[in-house]
Structures are given as structure tokens and as C-alpha cells.
Write a new protein. Structure first.
Length: 92
């Protein structure tokens, strides 16, 4: 098994379902919102873990509700997130 150390970002992508792609300068109303785990570093760490690498991740999240959602989504993986730091301000 390969070992991998990832230093990078964690983000929570906000995906909104809309009836169509808006035209230039048009505002439309979405019907559903979904929060999806993202960020280059986080995505790479999860992908490596799913492909059999022993993965360690170092990064930072803020002290906001997005950080709570991100850390809950991390609980299902075997990536070592022990170096994930929580600091003041917003996540991602």
C-alpha cells in the first residue's frame, strides 16, 4: 500500500438545481440546494484513499457551519485528518 501526504484546501461546494442555465445577466430561482464535499486537497485525499493509498491530510477549516458539515462528511473515510486545523473565520 502506498503512503500519501496531502496538504491542501477543503471546500463545501454549494450546488443549486435550476430549471435551466441562466442567460447573460439573468437571475433565476433555484429549487433545491445541495452541499457537496470539495476542495482540491480534500478531493485528492478522498480519491487516493478510495484507491487504496494510506492517506494523511493537513489543512484548515474555519469556525463556521460549513466546517461542521465538512468534518461530518470526512467521518466516513479512512483518511487521517488528525492534522486538520480549525481557525477563526470562514471555511474555504
Amino acid at each position: 500500500m502506498k503512503n500519501l501526504f496531502v496538504v491542501g484546501s477543503l471546500h463545501l461546494d454549494v450546488v443549486v438545481k435550476s430549471p435551466r442555465i441562466p442567460k447573460k445577466d439573468e437571475t433565476i430561482i433555484g429549487s433545491a440546494v445541495k452541499y457537496v464535499f470539495g476542495g482540491k486537497g480534500g478531493n485528492q485525499a478522498i480519491a487516493a484513499d478510495r484507491n487504496g493509498a494510506s492517506t494523511f491530510f493537513a489543512g484548515r477549516v474555519g469556525s463556521d457551519s460549513f466546517a461542521d458539515l465538512l468534518t461530518k462528511q470526512l467521518e466516513g473515510s479512512s483518511v487521517n485528518f488528525s492534522a486538520l486545523q480549525v481557525g477563526p473565520g470562514a471555511s474555504g
